[in-house]
Design a binder for this molecule. Structure first.
Ligand SMILES: *[C@@H]1O[C@H](CO)[C@@H](O)[C@H](O)[C@H]1NC(C)=O
Ligand SMILES: *[C@@H]1O[C@H](CO)[C@@H](O)[C@H](O)[C@H]1NC(C)=O
Ligand SMILES: *[C@@H]1O[C@H](CO)[C@@H](O)[C@H](O)[C@H]1NC(C)=O
Ligand SMILES: *[C@@H]1O[C@H](CO)[C@@H](O)[C@H](O)[C@H]1NC(C)=O
Ligand SMILES: *[C@@H]1O[C@H](CO)[C@@H](O)[C@H](O)[C@H]1NC(C)=O
Length: 945
């Protein structure tokens, strides 16, 4: 047995990572379980420069932010199911014609932010179902005439930020007959003359011409019959655009115009606006501070205009009559100006106005600005400097639903301010100077659904503060200084579903001093108490604070600034609906086994960033009451093993995240105790690369029900000789003595003997000579053994003449030059005049190892040659590990089949593979060095420790 085991010598450590349908992809994650109908694979920001191996059924692939420089034919051959492909933010300057041929199911292709300079004829060939194509942010100067001719279904094309310069160059894209959205902003287009693009009607609905310095804009044919939206923002940077639209009706279908920050004279702007015949519903005139607004509005406004945006126009004073012509507006945006007052009667004739945006202005107080605007539904007054709110400011705004007053300087609110707001649903008062709430909300607004009071200076919540807000669902009180909460502080909030109290000064005392702190809100589902100073010292609480929260599903207690101390065994009492519990980052060192006995519905538990290093920090019994647990996060908790899960009965656990711990072993029993595991993330642990982890490594590579996230990044920490090696590269086949191998060996010997005898029969002469040399070799070897002599060379190199350049340029400089091995090469070290076979026997026997450099040529000519015969004779005869196989090129296993023995060798053992062009060779040389260093005739201490 021992001898046989000795024969299962290692050769090398590296094994091919084969494309498979397994879950663990190198540097990619599958974001939806493989069971999903549309698997989505995410490989962004990973430094890839070629398409990684990805399951063939992938529908959505994101390989953006990598280092691709080109796309070649064949890259996507096995991905014909792909529907959505994002290769943006790479360095692609070349796409081979036909590279996308297999992607006939693709409907969205994102090539934005690359280095393409031209779109050539066959580049987009095959994308017959493509709907959306992004080519923005490249250096495209040219598009070949027929480049788009097979894109019959293209609807959206983004060519923003390229170098097209001339409108004629855009013409080829119109070969896609259904193109509806075309974005060609920022292309340095100097002139638009419609006949250069087309004289026939186009299907375009959206056209973005923004950021082009048009000196001329000439429309002489009715090509934009279906155009709905036109973007001319930031155009005419030259200040002298000539606008010539020969028929008034050419823009008759345009309903929406973006006309922001244009650089043109008032007269020019007026000309442009007049072309739209006052048919616009929506216009953006943002950032046109230089134009005379009275004139601009005169031309822009019309009774059909509904949306007017005048953001960022440096407007200081509003003129009472400026909007007289657009009195049917439903939305007006005056944000980011310098307005401090609204003249009374300004909106006098407005009967439809629903949205009024006045954010980022200079208001310090509001008077009766909104008088008569009964239709208003949304007022945005955020980011001003309003100090007080008078009682009648919002009088009669009975339809108002949303009122934004955040980021002002309000220090007091009177309850009368909101008294008429019978429909108010959202009130945002965050980031003000409120010190107390007092009576402000005692009477409502009763219809309010969301009240935001975060980032103020509140310190205390008094009894029944929100008594009459029975509709309220969301209450934001985070980032205040609340340290005291009276009993029934939230009493009356019958429908409250979320209460946010994070980042306050709430302590354990705040929660437990009074009996009914969280009483009176029976429907609360989400309670945020994170980032406070809750520190428990007792194992048992007198008044469990959450006892009345029967419907609470989410409780956050993470990130307590002084640590949580412990979780009292009855802290969660009453939380019979609790589903998610966050208690990470709280310096928790121990969990009481009874913690969850009140919360049987829990399925999500976050314990990350704690200090659970002790053996019994997490007792298995902790999990017994929560058998529904499906997601467990225990990253960065100083864990040394996951064995506490063995008896936890977590039969439903599907996601386990335990990164950044000190886990070294994962055994079979553990994996078997988690039958529903779908995602396992164990990055940044300290794995042991030995046979104890054999099951885990094989399972992680091959499981098709569990995705082991970024398996290829898991590193060996032990034994020290393998530190830094990838766990998945550890060769587990050396761990088991394989019955197959024994059979192979026996049959090989039988076959060999049979062959030998028949050879001896048939080719007597040759074989006798050969046998003679083998005998010589045997004698030679014996002599060596007796004399215990040392070897003359470290390695004999067997290779095909065609691979000589590699030997000369790569191997010799590295092995002889840097690593100082003595090599035996036939062209150099063979004694001239001696018979070649003598030289070979001599060479092999005076070298400790024989390195075979295997290529297809080598297999054809040298395999079965005398060199290998002699070396393998030595292998089998001495049971020494002398043969090192180095593959200089990928030879698929099926191509090895004619070389039966080689194939078996390769299947049974690992071997070294010369990296593909572009890959790092350091590891290769490192492994070769290890292989050369290993003592022959001994078990490999690398593989069979
Ligand atoms: C995976 O990513 C790491 C770092 O992001 C990188 O060093 C490694 O080369 C990548 N592996 C592959 C196969 O691209
Ligand atoms: C078009 O490209 C620009 C520039 O990259 C980008 O900002 C914009 O969102 C894109 N629009 C669409 C519809 O893809
Ligand atoms: C500005 O207009 C002049 C002709 O009037 C033209 O030569 C020049 O290229 C234009 N500049 C830009 C940035 O478009
Ligand atoms: C507008 O273009 C048409 C056709 O090229 C031309 O006949 C006409 O004179 C131009 N009008 C102006 C004002 O430039
Ligand atoms: C803007 O135009 C109006 C009408 O043409 C004129 O009365 C007003 O003085 C102009 N304003 C400025 C600042 O030029």
């Amino acid at each position: 047995m021992g001898t046989l085991k000795q024969i299962t010598l290692y050769i090398a450590l590296f094994s091919f990572i084969s494309p498979s349908s397994a879950f663990s992809l190198n540097n990619c994650t599958i974001s939806t379980p493989l069971k999903d109908i549309q698997p989505k694979v995410l490989c962004y920001k990973m430094g890839f420069f070629r398409i990684p191996s990805i399951p063939g059924n992938t529908h959505i692939l994101d390989i953006s932010f990598n280092a691709f420089t080109q796309i070649q034919i064949g890259d996507f051959n096995h991905l014909s199911n792909l529907q959505d492909l994002n290769i943006s933010h790479n360095k692609i300057s070349q796409i081979q014609e036909g590279a996308f041929d297999s992607l006939s199911n693709l409907y969205s292709l994102n090539l934005a932010s690359n280095r393409l300079q031209a779109i050539s004829r066959g580049m987009l060939h095959g994308l017959t179902n493509l709907l959306v194509l992004r080519l923005d942010n490249n250096y495209i100067k040219d598009i070949e005439e027929t480049a788009f001719s097979t894109l019959h279904n293209l609807k959206v094309l983004n060519l923003t930020k390229n170098q097209l310069h001339y409108v004629e160059k855009i013409k080829p894209v119109l070969a896609s007959p259904h193109l509806e959205e075309l974005y060609i902003g920022s292309n340095h287009l100097n002139a638009f003359k419609s006949y250069e693009m087309s004289t026939n009607p186009l299907a375009l609905k959206i056209l973005d011409f923004s950021n082009n310095p048009f000196a001329t804009f000439q429309l002489t044919d009715n090509i934009f019959q279906f155009l709905n939206h036109l973007d001319l923002s930031y155009c005419g940077q030259n200040g002298t655009m000539t606008w010539n639209v020969t028929e008034k009706t050419f823009f008759a279908s345009v309903k929406s115009l973006y006309f922001m920050d244009v650089h043109m004279s008032v007269q020019n702007a007026a000309n442009v606006l007049q072309s739209f015949q006052n048919l616009l519903n929506k216009i953006r005139l943002n950032g046109n501070a230089e134009l005379n607004r009275t004139d601009l509005l005169l031309n822009a406004c019309s009774p059909v205009l509904q949306v007017l945006r005048l953001k960022t126009n440096k407007i200081k004073h509003l003129n009472e009559h400026m909007f007289d012509l657009c009195s049917n507006l439903t939305e007006i945006d005056l944000g980011d100006n310098e307005i401090s007052n609204i003249p009374p009667g300004m909106f006098r004739g407005f009967t439809q106005l629903k949205t009024l945006r006045l954010q980022i202005n200079k208001f310090t107080r509001i008077t009766n600005f909104f008088q008569n605007l009964f239709t208003l539904e949304f007022i945005d007054l955020s980011r001003n400097s309003i100090k007080t709110l008078n009682c009648d400011v919002f009088a009669n705004l009975t339809q108002l639903k949303m009122l934004y007053l955040y980021s002002n300087k309000i220090s007091i609110i009177e309850s009368c301010s909101f008294k008429d707001l019978k429909s108010l649903e959202v009130l945002r008062l965050g980031t003000n100077n409120l010190l107390r709430i007092g009576d402000a909300f005692r009477n409502g607004p009763q219809s309010l659904l969301e009240l935001q009071l975060s980032f103020n200076k509140l310190s205390k919540i008094e009894k029944y503060t929100f008594r009459n807000m029975s509709q309220l669902k969301y209450l934001h009180l985070q980032d205040n200084q609340i340290s005291e909460i009276e009993s029934y502080a939230f009493g009356g909030l019958k429908n409250l579903s979320s209460l946010f109290l994070s980042s306050n000064k709430i302590s354990a005392k705040t929660l437990t001093k009074h009996q009914d702190v969280f009483s009176g809100m029976p429907n609360l589902e989400n309670l945020g108490l994170d980032a406070n100073i809750i520190l428990f010292t007792d194992d048992q609480l007198k008044f469990p604070p959450f006892k009345d929260l029967k419907h609470l599903t989410v409780l956050s207690l993470h990130s307590q600034r002084r640590g949580i101390g412990q979780i009292p065994s009855n802290l969660l009492q009453g939380l019979s609906s609790l589903e998610m519990f966050y208690v990470g980052n709280t310096n928790l060192a121990h969990l009481n086994p009874d913690t969850f006995k009140f919360s049987p519905q829990l399925w999500f538990l976050d314990l990350s960033k704690n200090a659970l290093s002790e053996d019994h920090s997490i007792p298995a019994e902790l999990f017994h009451p929560i058998s529904r647990l499906t997601k467990l996060l225990i990253s960065r908790t100083q864990l040394r093993s996951l064995n506490f899960l063995l008896n936890a009965n977590l039969s439903r656990l599907s996601t386990l995240k335990a990164t950044g711990n000190e886990i070294d072993l994962i055994n079979k029993t553990l994996i078997q105790s988690l039958p529903r595991l779908e995602v396992l993330d164990l990055q940044k642990n300290t794995f042991t690369c030995d046979c104890d982890n054999e099951f885990f490594i094989d399972w992680a590579k091959n499981s098709n029900s569990t995705q082991v996230v970024y398996l290829n990044k898991y590193m060996c920490s032990y034994p020290s000789s393998l530190r830094g090696m990838s766990l998945s590269a550890f060769n587990t086949e050396s761990c088991t003595l394989n019955i197959d191998f024994i059979c192979f060996l026996c049959s090989s010997i039988v076959v060999f003997l049979t062959l030998l005898s028949s050879f001896v029969w048939h080719f007597l002469r040759f074989q006798v000579v050969y046998a003679y040399y083998l005998f010589l070799a045997f004698l030679y070897d014996n002599k060596k053994k007796q004399s215990g002599s040392t070897f003359q060379y470290d390695a004999f190199i067997s290779y095909n003449a065609q691979d000589e350049p590699w030997v000369m340029e790569e191997l010799i400089p590295k092995l002889e030059g840097e690593q100082s091995w003595r090599l035996c090469l036939h062209h150099r070290d063979f004694e001239p005049g001696r018979p070649i076979i003598d030289n070979i026997v001599d060479g092999i026997y005076s070298s400790r190892k024989t390195i075979c450099l295997i290529t297809k040529n080598y297999l054809k000519s040298n395999w079965c040659s005398s060199e290998v015969q002699v070396a393998s004779f030595r292998l089998f005869d001495e049971q020494k590990d002398v043969l090192i196989l180095v593959f200089l090129e990928d030879i698929p296993t099926h191509q090895l089949s004619p070389y039966h023995r080689m194939r078996k060798l390769v299947k049974k053992r690992t071997y070294l593979r010369w990296p593909k062009p572009g890959e790092d060779t350091k590891i290769f040389w490192q492994k070769l060095k290890l292989a050369l260093e290993a003592k022959e005739g001994h078990k490999s201490d690398l593989l069979i420790p």
